[in-house]
Design a protein around this ligand. Structure first.
Ligand code: PLP
Length: 370
Protein backbone atom coordinates (compact mmCIF):
# COMPACT_ATOMS: atom_id res chain seq x y z
CA UNK A 1 0.00 0.00 0.00
CA UNK A 2 3.00 2.30 0.62
CA UNK A 3 6.71 2.25 -0.31
CA UNK A 4 8.58 3.60 2.69
CA UNK A 5 11.86 2.08 1.56
CA UNK A 6 11.96 3.97 -1.76
CA UNK A 7 10.95 7.13 0.08
CA UNK A 8 13.80 6.68 2.55
CA UNK A 9 16.35 6.19 -0.26
CA UNK A 10 15.62 9.73 -1.51
CA UNK A 11 16.33 11.40 1.85
CA UNK A 12 18.79 8.83 3.21
CA UNK A 13 21.85 11.08 3.80
CA UNK A 14 19.85 13.64 5.81
CA UNK A 15 17.97 10.98 7.80
CA UNK A 16 21.09 8.95 8.59
CA UNK A 17 22.94 12.05 9.72
CA UNK A 18 20.06 13.24 11.91
CA UNK A 19 19.68 9.84 13.61
CA UNK A 20 23.45 9.51 14.11
CA UNK A 21 23.49 12.96 15.70
CA UNK A 22 20.87 11.93 18.29
CA UNK A 23 22.79 8.77 19.11
CA UNK A 24 26.05 10.70 19.32
CA UNK A 25 24.60 13.18 21.84
CA UNK A 26 22.55 10.44 23.63
CA UNK A 27 19.75 12.97 24.11
CA UNK A 28 17.17 10.26 23.49
CA UNK A 29 14.38 11.77 25.61
CA UNK A 30 13.28 15.38 25.07
CA UNK A 31 16.41 16.20 23.08
CA UNK A 32 16.59 19.49 21.17
CA UNK A 33 15.02 18.02 18.00
CA UNK A 34 11.69 17.56 19.82
CA UNK A 35 11.28 21.26 20.56
CA UNK A 36 12.55 22.28 17.12
CA UNK A 37 10.12 19.94 15.42
CA UNK A 38 7.21 21.24 17.53
CA UNK A 39 8.06 24.82 16.51
CA UNK A 40 8.44 23.92 12.85
CA UNK A 41 5.16 22.00 12.79
CA UNK A 42 3.40 24.89 14.55
CA UNK A 43 4.64 27.27 11.90
CA UNK A 44 3.69 24.91 9.05
CA UNK A 45 0.17 24.50 10.46
CA UNK A 46 -0.34 28.06 11.62
CA UNK A 47 -0.98 26.69 15.13
CA UNK A 48 -0.09 28.63 18.28
CA UNK A 49 0.91 25.53 20.25
CA UNK A 50 2.10 22.07 19.19
CA UNK A 51 2.64 19.42 21.87
CA UNK A 52 4.34 16.24 20.61
CA UNK A 53 3.36 12.91 22.19
CA UNK A 54 3.90 9.17 21.78
CA UNK A 55 1.24 8.31 19.16
CA UNK A 56 -2.04 9.46 17.65
CA UNK A 57 -4.19 7.44 20.04
CA UNK A 58 -2.49 9.11 23.01
CA UNK A 59 -3.07 12.49 21.38
CA UNK A 60 -6.82 11.82 21.26
CA UNK A 61 -6.85 10.54 24.83
CA UNK A 62 -4.86 13.49 26.18
CA UNK A 63 -7.11 15.92 24.28
CA UNK A 64 -10.21 14.48 25.98
CA UNK A 65 -8.45 14.50 29.38
CA UNK A 66 -7.57 18.19 28.93
CA UNK A 67 -11.23 19.16 28.58
CA UNK A 68 -12.04 18.11 32.14
CA UNK A 69 -15.00 15.91 31.19
CA UNK A 70 -16.84 13.80 33.79
CA UNK A 71 -17.73 10.10 33.58
CA UNK A 72 -20.96 9.69 31.64
CA UNK A 73 -20.45 12.86 29.60
CA UNK A 74 -21.30 12.21 25.97
CA UNK A 75 -18.90 12.61 23.06
CA UNK A 76 -20.31 12.52 19.53
CA UNK A 77 -18.15 10.67 17.00
CA UNK A 78 -18.54 8.90 13.67
CA UNK A 79 -18.88 5.12 13.72
CA UNK A 80 -17.06 4.89 10.37
CA UNK A 81 -13.47 5.48 11.52
CA UNK A 82 -10.35 3.81 12.85
CA UNK A 83 -11.07 2.33 16.29
CA UNK A 84 -8.68 4.68 18.15
CA UNK A 85 -11.00 7.66 17.72
CA UNK A 86 -13.81 5.97 19.63
CA UNK A 87 -11.80 3.70 21.94
CA UNK A 88 -10.27 6.54 23.96
CA UNK A 89 -13.73 7.95 24.71
CA UNK A 90 -14.76 4.69 26.39
CA UNK A 91 -11.34 4.27 28.04
CA UNK A 92 -11.88 7.54 29.94
CA UNK A 93 -15.33 6.51 31.18
CA UNK A 94 -17.05 8.85 28.75
CA UNK A 95 -19.96 7.76 26.57
CA UNK A 96 -19.39 7.53 22.82
CA UNK A 97 -22.43 8.57 20.79
CA UNK A 98 -22.02 7.12 17.31
CA UNK A 99 -23.53 8.98 14.37
CA UNK A 100 -23.71 8.70 10.59
CA UNK A 101 -21.25 9.96 8.04
CA UNK A 102 -21.89 11.77 4.78
CA UNK A 103 -21.81 9.03 2.13
CA UNK A 104 -19.88 11.29 -0.28
CA UNK A 105 -17.10 12.62 1.95
CA UNK A 106 -17.09 9.62 4.39
CA UNK A 107 -16.87 12.22 7.21
CA UNK A 108 -19.28 12.86 10.10
CA UNK A 109 -22.64 14.33 9.02
CA UNK A 110 -23.43 17.64 10.81
CA UNK A 111 -27.18 17.03 10.73
CA UNK A 112 -26.63 13.67 12.44
CA UNK A 113 -24.54 15.47 15.09
CA UNK A 114 -27.32 17.96 15.71
CA UNK A 115 -29.90 15.19 16.10
CA UNK A 116 -27.65 13.41 18.65
CA UNK A 117 -26.98 16.40 20.93
CA UNK A 118 -28.37 15.93 24.45
CA UNK A 119 -27.98 17.74 27.77
CA UNK A 120 -24.98 15.43 28.50
CA UNK A 121 -23.14 16.16 25.23
CA UNK A 122 -19.80 17.84 25.88
CA UNK A 123 -17.68 17.30 22.79
CA UNK A 124 -17.60 16.34 19.13
CA UNK A 125 -14.72 14.39 17.55
CA UNK A 126 -14.88 14.76 13.76
CA UNK A 127 -12.46 12.61 11.75
CA UNK A 128 -10.99 13.98 8.50
CA UNK A 129 -11.18 10.55 6.93
CA UNK A 130 -8.87 9.43 4.11
CA UNK A 131 -7.36 12.96 3.92
CA UNK A 132 -10.39 15.17 3.38
CA UNK A 133 -11.93 17.48 5.99
CA UNK A 134 -15.28 16.99 7.64
CA UNK A 135 -17.74 19.88 7.25
CA UNK A 136 -16.01 22.04 9.86
CA UNK A 137 -18.04 25.17 9.06
CA UNK A 138 -21.26 23.44 10.09
CA UNK A 139 -19.58 21.59 12.99
CA UNK A 140 -18.11 24.75 14.53
CA UNK A 141 -21.46 26.52 14.19
CA UNK A 142 -23.17 23.68 16.09
CA UNK A 143 -20.40 23.64 18.69
CA UNK A 144 -20.78 27.35 19.33
CA UNK A 145 -24.55 27.17 19.53
CA UNK A 146 -24.48 24.26 22.02
CA UNK A 147 -21.24 25.18 23.87
CA UNK A 148 -19.39 22.01 22.86
CA UNK A 149 -15.70 21.26 22.46
CA UNK A 150 -14.40 20.08 19.09
CA UNK A 151 -11.40 17.74 18.85
CA UNK A 152 -10.31 17.15 15.26
CA UNK A 153 -8.92 13.70 14.51
CA UNK A 154 -6.45 14.88 11.88
CA UNK A 155 -4.40 11.65 11.76
CA UNK A 156 -5.20 11.14 8.07
CA UNK A 157 -5.36 14.73 6.83
CA UNK A 158 -2.25 16.57 8.02
CA UNK A 159 -1.41 19.33 5.54
CA UNK A 160 -4.94 19.67 4.19
CA UNK A 161 -6.34 23.19 3.74
CA UNK A 162 -9.88 24.06 4.77
CA UNK A 163 -11.94 27.00 3.49
CA UNK A 164 -13.85 28.61 6.34
CA UNK A 165 -17.13 30.37 5.68
CA UNK A 166 -15.50 33.67 6.75
CA UNK A 167 -13.21 33.40 3.71
CA UNK A 168 -10.10 32.33 5.62
CA UNK A 169 -8.14 29.22 4.74
CA UNK A 170 -6.74 27.19 7.64
CA UNK A 171 -4.96 23.86 8.01
CA UNK A 172 -7.17 21.04 9.23
CA UNK A 173 -6.63 20.37 12.92
CA UNK A 174 -6.34 24.09 13.75
CA UNK A 175 -10.05 24.89 13.43
CA UNK A 176 -11.52 23.11 16.48
CA UNK A 177 -10.32 23.49 20.08
CA UNK A 178 -7.68 20.75 19.74
CA UNK A 179 -6.26 18.91 16.72
CA UNK A 180 -4.68 15.44 16.97
CA UNK A 181 -2.20 13.82 14.62
CA UNK A 182 -0.44 10.48 14.27
CA UNK A 183 3.05 10.03 12.82
CA UNK A 184 2.58 6.28 12.31
CA UNK A 185 5.02 5.34 9.50
CA UNK A 186 2.38 5.02 6.77
CA UNK A 187 0.62 8.32 7.59
CA UNK A 188 1.16 11.29 5.25
CA UNK A 189 3.78 12.62 7.67
CA UNK A 190 5.17 9.43 9.17
CA UNK A 191 8.20 8.78 11.36
CA UNK A 192 10.22 5.57 11.78
CA UNK A 193 8.26 4.25 14.73
CA UNK A 194 5.39 5.67 16.76
CA UNK A 195 4.68 9.35 17.20
CA UNK A 196 1.88 11.86 17.56
CA UNK A 197 1.05 15.47 18.38
CA UNK A 198 -1.70 17.76 19.61
CA UNK A 199 -2.19 21.33 18.51
CA UNK A 200 -4.29 24.17 19.81
CA UNK A 201 -4.63 27.94 19.58
CA UNK A 202 -5.59 28.15 23.28
CA UNK A 203 -2.77 28.82 25.78
CA UNK A 204 -4.67 27.36 28.76
CA UNK A 205 -5.45 24.14 26.90
CA UNK A 206 -1.83 23.93 25.72
CA UNK A 207 -0.63 24.19 29.32
CA UNK A 208 -3.02 21.46 30.45
CA UNK A 209 -2.06 19.19 27.55
CA UNK A 210 1.65 19.60 28.32
CA UNK A 211 1.07 18.73 31.97
CA UNK A 212 -1.11 15.70 31.24
CA UNK A 213 1.39 14.28 28.73
CA UNK A 214 4.10 14.63 31.39
CA UNK A 215 2.69 12.85 34.49
CA UNK A 216 0.52 15.83 35.42
CA UNK A 217 3.54 17.91 36.38
CA UNK A 218 4.65 21.39 35.46
CA UNK A 219 7.46 21.43 38.02
CA UNK A 220 9.53 18.28 38.40
CA UNK A 221 8.15 15.94 41.13
CA UNK A 222 5.11 18.18 41.71
CA UNK A 223 2.03 16.46 40.26
CA UNK A 224 -1.14 18.53 40.08
CA UNK A 225 -3.38 16.31 37.95
CA UNK A 226 -3.47 12.66 36.94
CA UNK A 227 -1.64 12.43 33.64
CA UNK A 228 0.31 9.90 31.64
CA UNK A 229 3.75 9.46 30.12
CA UNK A 230 3.49 10.27 26.43
CA UNK A 231 6.57 11.60 24.65
CA UNK A 232 7.87 11.78 21.11
CA UNK A 233 11.34 10.15 20.97
CA UNK A 234 14.14 12.49 19.93
CA UNK A 235 15.09 10.13 17.09
CA UNK A 236 11.53 10.31 15.74
CA UNK A 237 11.51 14.11 16.05
CA UNK A 238 14.79 14.25 14.11
CA UNK A 239 13.27 12.13 11.32
CA UNK A 240 10.09 14.22 11.31
CA UNK A 241 12.01 17.51 10.96
CA UNK A 242 13.41 16.24 7.67
CA UNK A 243 10.16 14.76 6.42
CA UNK A 244 8.09 17.84 7.32
CA UNK A 245 10.11 19.78 4.71
CA UNK A 246 8.88 17.24 2.14
CA UNK A 247 5.25 17.09 3.27
CA UNK A 248 3.83 19.38 0.57
CA UNK A 249 5.75 17.45 -2.12
CA UNK A 250 4.46 14.20 -0.64
CA UNK A 251 0.89 15.52 -0.77
CA UNK A 252 1.34 16.61 -4.41
CA UNK A 253 2.64 13.14 -5.32
CA UNK A 254 -0.39 11.48 -3.69
CA UNK A 255 -2.78 13.86 -5.45
CA UNK A 256 -1.13 13.02 -8.79
CA UNK A 257 -1.75 9.30 -8.21
CA UNK A 258 -5.37 10.04 -7.23
CA UNK A 259 -5.92 12.06 -10.41
CA UNK A 260 -4.59 9.25 -12.58
CA UNK A 261 -6.85 6.74 -10.81
CA UNK A 262 -9.84 9.10 -11.14
CA UNK A 263 -9.31 9.51 -14.88
CA UNK A 264 -8.96 5.75 -15.38
CA UNK A 265 -11.91 4.65 -13.23
CA UNK A 266 -14.47 7.46 -13.66
CA UNK A 267 -16.40 5.67 -16.40
CA UNK A 268 -16.44 2.17 -14.89
CA UNK A 269 -20.04 1.19 -14.14
CA UNK A 270 -20.69 0.55 -10.45
CA UNK A 271 -17.41 2.18 -9.38
CA UNK A 272 -17.62 5.53 -7.60
CA UNK A 273 -14.42 7.59 -7.54
CA UNK A 274 -13.66 9.74 -4.45
CA UNK A 275 -15.80 12.86 -4.09
CA UNK A 276 -13.87 16.14 -3.82
CA UNK A 277 -15.53 18.52 -1.37
CA UNK A 278 -15.38 22.18 -2.42
CA UNK A 279 -14.27 23.42 1.03
CA UNK A 280 -11.37 21.00 1.56
CA UNK A 281 -8.11 20.06 -0.13
CA UNK A 282 -7.94 16.25 -0.32
CA UNK A 283 -4.47 15.02 0.70
CA UNK A 284 -5.28 11.39 -0.17
CA UNK A 285 -4.02 9.45 2.79
CA UNK A 286 -6.17 6.76 1.19
CA UNK A 287 -7.60 6.42 -2.29
CA UNK A 288 -10.95 4.82 -1.58
CA UNK A 289 -13.54 3.75 -4.14
CA UNK A 290 -17.15 2.72 -3.56
CA UNK A 291 -18.38 -0.39 -5.35
CA UNK A 292 -22.05 -0.76 -6.28
CA UNK A 293 -23.22 -4.23 -7.21
CA UNK A 294 -19.75 -5.79 -7.55
CA UNK A 295 -18.21 -8.65 -5.55
CA UNK A 296 -15.55 -6.95 -3.47
CA UNK A 297 -13.93 -10.18 -2.27
CA UNK A 298 -13.55 -11.34 -5.87
CA UNK A 299 -12.04 -7.99 -6.87
CA UNK A 300 -9.53 -8.18 -4.00
CA UNK A 301 -8.61 -11.74 -5.01
CA UNK A 302 -8.23 -10.64 -8.65
CA UNK A 303 -5.86 -7.84 -7.61
CA UNK A 304 -3.96 -10.09 -5.22
CA UNK A 305 -3.34 -12.58 -8.02
CA UNK A 306 -1.46 -9.82 -9.82
CA UNK A 307 0.44 -8.96 -6.62
CA UNK A 308 -1.56 -5.78 -6.02
CA UNK A 309 -2.56 -5.14 -2.40
CA UNK A 310 -5.88 -3.54 -1.49
CA UNK A 311 -7.42 -2.79 1.89
CA UNK A 312 -10.83 -2.30 3.48
CA UNK A 313 -10.87 0.77 5.72
CA UNK A 314 -13.01 -0.19 7.69
CA UNK A 315 -14.84 -3.52 7.52
CA UNK A 316 -16.79 -3.24 10.82
CA UNK A 317 -18.36 -0.01 12.10
CA UNK A 318 -17.31 1.02 15.61
CA UNK A 319 -20.83 0.69 17.04
CA UNK A 320 -20.85 -2.99 16.00
CA UNK A 321 -17.58 -3.78 17.82
CA UNK A 322 -17.88 -5.97 20.91
CA UNK A 323 -15.85 -3.49 22.96
CA UNK A 324 -18.81 -1.10 22.88
CA UNK A 325 -21.54 -3.69 23.54
CA UNK A 326 -22.09 -2.32 27.07
CA UNK A 327 -23.18 1.03 25.65
CA UNK A 328 -26.65 1.69 24.32
CA UNK A 329 -25.85 0.53 20.77
CA UNK A 330 -27.98 -2.59 20.28
CA UNK A 331 -30.85 -0.80 18.56
CA UNK A 332 -28.63 1.78 16.87
CA UNK A 333 -29.13 1.77 13.10
CA UNK A 334 -26.54 3.55 10.94
CA UNK A 335 -27.43 2.25 7.48
CA UNK A 336 -25.09 4.55 5.52
CA UNK A 337 -22.14 3.51 7.69
CA UNK A 338 -23.02 -0.18 7.44
CA UNK A 339 -23.32 0.11 3.65
CA UNK A 340 -19.93 1.84 3.35
CA UNK A 341 -18.26 -0.95 5.32
CA UNK A 342 -19.43 -3.34 2.60
CA UNK A 343 -18.72 -1.08 -0.40
CA UNK A 344 -15.34 0.63 0.11
CA UNK A 345 -12.00 -0.54 -1.19
CA UNK A 346 -8.69 1.33 -0.95
CA UNK A 347 -5.90 1.00 -3.51
CA UNK A 348 -2.15 1.59 -3.08
CA UNK A 349 -1.31 5.29 -2.97
CA UNK A 350 2.00 6.75 -1.88
CA UNK A 351 4.74 9.21 -2.67
CA UNK A 352 6.96 6.91 -4.73
CA UNK A 353 4.51 5.42 -7.23
CA UNK A 354 6.04 5.42 -10.71
CA UNK A 355 4.16 5.41 -13.99
CA UNK A 356 4.80 1.73 -14.61
CA UNK A 357 3.37 0.68 -11.22
CA UNK A 358 0.43 3.01 -11.65
CA UNK A 359 -0.41 1.69 -15.12
CA UNK A 360 -0.03 -1.89 -13.91
CA UNK A 361 -2.52 -1.33 -11.06
CA UNK A 362 -4.96 0.54 -13.31
CA UNK A 363 -4.82 -2.13 -16.01
CA UNK A 364 -5.47 -4.99 -13.58
CA UNK A 365 -8.18 -3.11 -11.72
CA UNK A 366 -10.06 -2.34 -14.96
CA UNK A 367 -9.68 -5.89 -16.28
CA UNK A 368 -11.89 -7.17 -13.43
CA UNK A 369 -14.86 -5.29 -14.88
CA UNK A 370 -14.48 -6.66 -18.43
C1 PLP B 1 -3.79 6.25 12.65
C2 PLP B 1 -5.01 6.82 13.24
C3 PLP B 1 -5.14 7.04 14.63
C4 PLP B 1 -4.17 6.50 15.66
O1 PLP B 1 -2.86 6.80 15.51
P1 PLP B 1 -1.71 5.88 16.19
O2 PLP B 1 -0.49 6.71 16.03
O3 PLP B 1 -1.67 4.60 15.43
O4 PLP B 1 -2.08 5.69 17.62
C5 PLP B 1 -6.29 7.67 15.09
N1 PLP B 1 -7.27 8.04 14.27
C6 PLP B 1 -7.20 7.84 12.93
C7 PLP B 1 -8.33 8.27 12.07
C8 PLP B 1 -6.08 7.20 12.38
O5 PLP B 1 -6.03 6.98 11.06
Amino acid sequence: MVDLSAQYQKIKPAIDEAIAEVIHTTAFINGPAVGHFAQELASYLGAEHVIPCANGTDALQIALMALGLQPGDEVITPSFTYIATTEVIALLGLTPVFVEVDPQTFCIDPSAIEAAISSRTKAIVPVHLYGQAANMNAIMELAEKHQLFVIEDNAQAIGSDYHLSNGRVQKTGTIGHIGCTSFFPSKNLGCYGDGGALYTQDADLAKKIKMIANHGQEKKYVHDVVGCNSRLDTIQAAVLRIKLRQLDNYIDARRDVAEAYDAAFAQLPGVEIPFRAADSKHVFHQYTLKLKGHNRDALQAHLQEAGIPSMIYYPIPAHRQKMFAHFDVQGLELPLTEALCKEVISLPIHTEMDEQQLNYIIEHFISFFK
